[in-house]
Design a protein around this ligand. Structure first.
Ligand code: NAD
Length: 504
C-alpha cells in the first residue's frame, strides 16, 4: 500500500460493520477507495450499507451532498459474505469486538488469505498493538488506526505503532488518513494511546470533587464550560455512559500496573453498580426522567464595588489589566503592585487571591481564593472559596468584589486549586508525561485533544498561557493536601520549569 500517492486508491476491507466499521467504510469510499465490508453476523454488512443509504440520503435532501456523489460513494461499498471474497485487499481496517483474542484470530486468518504487503490496521481503542501483533508472520504490517465516533465527523485519527510496527507502515497509514480528510497524529502503543489517556483527569478530578462534596455537578460543569469546554465533565460522563467511562478508566489503571494516578472512582463504581449509567438509562449524575428538573446555577448576585478606597491590585497579566481597567472606569481608587508574589486584590479587610494551589484557610483568616481562567472573561462563572476562618462579612466582601468585577461567583469548599486550576493542571501533567514517554509530541497532544474530544485548547496551549512552575505549584499543593501518587509532577514539566529560569 502506498498511501501518499493520491492517484492510487488501495482496495480496503473493513471488518466489523458496527457503528465504527460503517463510518470507516463511508470515509474510505468517500475518498474514492473501493471498499469491501464484512461482518461475522449474517446480514450485518448489508444492513450497515442500507443504513448508510438512509443517512446519506438525508444529506442529499438537506443539500449537503450531491445525489450522484452519494450514489458513487455507495456503489464503492460492497458487502461481502466471506473474508475470502476480499482477498485482493491491500488495506484491512478492523473494527470488530474489543477483545484481544478475537482480533488476533482475525489477523491470523487474514494472513493466510491476503498478500504479504497488505496493511493491517486496527481501530482498537484500548488493546496493545504490540500484543495484537504477536504470533503474526508479518507483525510489522500491523498498526493502530484509531478513529473517533462519529467517524465521518470527527477529524482525528491516532496512528498507533507497536514495537513491531514498521515506520513505513505507520507513515503510509498517517498519509492515507490525511487523504481521507482526517488529521492524523502518531502515537506509541501505550494504555489509552493519547486521547483516552490525557482525558482521564477531566473525569477523575470531577468525580473526586463530587465524592468530597466540594461542590455540585452543575457548578462543576459550569466552571469548566466557562473556559469553553463544550460539555462539563458530569454531563459528558452521563452522555458517554458511566459503564463505558468506568471501563476505560479501569483498563488504563490496570494496564499501568495499578498506578494510583489513574485510580478509578468509587462514586462512579456506585453509579455503575446501581445502573445509573447516564442518559441511556434515564439517570446518571443528573436525572433525565421525563419531568425531571435540570438543576440550575444559583442566580448571580449583583453587587457594587464594596470599597472605593484602600484597594490594591497585586500581580500582573491579562486578568489584573482587565481588573485595573474596570476599577478605573468605576472610579475606584487603587494602587497596583505589579511585582507582588500573588495575583488578586486586597482591601484592609480582605485578601482575594487567585489560586496557586494553596487553600484560603492555609493562607490566613481574611483570605478568599478564586479560580484560574484561560478564556476571555465576561460574565464568567468562577469558583471561589473563603478561608474556613473567614468571618461572614469577609466572605460577603469577597463575593461582592467578584460580582462587581463581572463574574458569576460560585462558592465551593476550600480545597486545593478549586476546579479549573486543579483539572487543567492535571490534564497538562498527564500530557507532559505522555510526551516524556514518547507516546506523542507536544503538537500531537494538542491536536489530539482538540480534534478527538473537542477540547477548547490543547494541554500545551494551556501551559503556554500559564507556566510550568505555576502548574507544578498547583500539583505540589494537591499532593500536600492528598498525599500519594496521584499528583506527582511529570519530570518533563520540571525540565520546562528549569529551562524557563534561563542561563542567568
Ligand atoms: P459494534 O459493536 O457497534 O460493532 C462491532 C461489529 O463487529 C459487530 O457488528 C459484530 O457483529 C462484528 N464482529 C464482532 N466480532 C467479529 C469478528 N470476529 N469478525 C467479524 N465481525 C465481527 O462496535 P463498535 O463500537 O463499532 O467498535 C468496534 C471497534 O472500534 C472496537 O474495537 C472499539 O473499541 C473501537 N472503537 C469504538 C469507538 C466507539 O465510540 N464506539 C470509538 C473508537 C474505537
Amino acid at each position: 500500500m502506498s498511501a501518499n500517492n493520491s492517484t492510487l486508491k488501495p482496495a480496503v476491507l473493513v471488518v466489523g460493520a458496527g457503528i465504527m466499521g460503517a463510518g470507516i467504510a463511508q470515509v474510505a469510499a468517500q475518498a474514492g477507495h473501493p471498499v469491501h465490508l464484512y461482518d461475522m453476523r449474517e446480514g450485518a454488512a448489508q444492513s450497515a450499507v442500507e443504513k448508510l443509504h438512509a443517512s446519506l440520503g438525508t444529506l442529499v435532501t438537506k443539500g449537503k451532498m450531491a445525489a450522484q456523489d452519494v450514489a458513487a460513494l455507495l456503489a464503492r461499498i460492497v458487502p461481502v459474505a466471506r473474508l475470502q471474497d476480499a482477498a485482493d485487499s491491500t488495506l484491512v481496517v478492523e473494527a470488530i469486538v474489543e477483545q484481544l483474542e478475537a482480533k488476533r484470530a482475525l489477523w491470523l486468518q487474514l494472513e493466510d488469505m491476503v498478500d504479504a504487503t497488505c496493511v493491517f490496521a486496527s481501530n482498537t481503542s484500548s488493546i496493545s498493538i504490540t500484543a495484537m501483533a504477536q504470533g503474526l508472520r508479518h507483525p510489522e504490517r500491523l498498526v493502530g488506526m484509531h478513529f473517533f465516533n462519529p467517524v465521518p465527523l470527527m477529524k482525528l485519527v491516532e496512528v498507533v505503532s507497536g514495537l513491531h510496527t514498521a515506520a513505513q507502515v505507520a507513515n503510509d497509514v498517517f498519509f492515507l488518513a490525511q487523504s481521507w480528510g482526517k488529521v492524523a497524529v502518531h502515537a506509541r502503543s501505550t494504555p489509552g494511546f493519547i486521547v483516552n489517556r490525557i482525558a482521564r483527569p477531566y473525569y477523575a478530578e470531577a468525580l473526586a470533587l463530587l465524592q468530597e462534596q466540594c461542590t455540585s455537578p452543575v457548578v462543576l460543569d459550569a466552571c469548566l464550560k466557562a473556559i469553553d469546554f463544550r460539555m462539563g465533565p458530569c454531563e459528558l460522563m452521563d452522555l458517554i455512559g458511566h459503564d463505558t467511562n468506568f471501563a476505560v478508566t479501569q483498563s488504563v489503571y490496570q494496564a499501568n500496573f495499578f498506578d494510583k494516578r489513574y485510580v478509578p472512582s468509587l462514586l462512579q463504581r456506585e453509579l455503575v453498580d446501581g445502573g445509573l449509567l447516564g442518559r441511556k438509562s434515564g439517570r446518571g449524575i443528573y436525572d433525565y426522567a421525563e419531568g425531571a428538573v435540570k438543576p440550575q446555577l444559583a442566580a448571580a448576585p449583583t453587587a457594587d464595588f464594596p470599597a472605593r478606597s484602600g484597594v490594591q491590585l497585586h500581580g500582573s497579566g491579562a486578568r489584573m489589566d482587565a481588573w485595573a481597567q474596570q476599577l478605573t472606569s468605576a472610579g475606584v481608587a487603587f494602587a497596583h503592585d505589579r511585582g507582588a508574589d500573588w495575583t488578586g486584590l486586597s482591601t484592609p479587610t480582605l485578601q482575594l487571591r487567585q489560586t496557586d494551589g494553596l487553600t484560603a484557610s492555609s493562607l490566613g483568616a481574611h483570605v478568599a481564593v478564586f479560580d484560574l481562567a484561560f478564556a476571555p472573561e465576561s460574565s464568567r462563572v468562577l469558583a471561589w472559596a473563603p478561608s474556613v476562618r473567614a468571618s461572614a462579612a469577609c466572605a460577603t466582601e469577597a463575593q461582592a468584589w467578584l460580582s462587581a468585577l463581572g463574574y458569576q461567583p460560585q462558592q465551593v469548599a476550600d480545597q486545593s486549586a478549586l476546579v479549573v486550576a486543579r483539572t487543567v493542571a492535571m490534564l497538562i501533567n498527564e500530557a507532559a508525561d505522555a510526551v516524556q514517554q514518547g507516546v506523542c509530541t507536544v503538537d500531537g497532544a494538542n491536536q489530539a485533544m482538540k480534534l478527538g474530544v473537542n477540547y477548547p485548547a490543547g494541554p500545551f496551549d494551556w501551559l503556554a498561557a500559564w507556566s510550568a512552575q505555576g502548574v507544578i505549584d498547583v500539583l505540589n499543593a494537591l499532593d500536600a493536601q492528598y498525599g500519594g501518587e496521584r499528583y506527582r509532577v511529570s519530570p518533563w514539566l520540571r525540565q520546562q520549569a528549569w529551562a524557563a529560569l534561563g542561563s542567568a
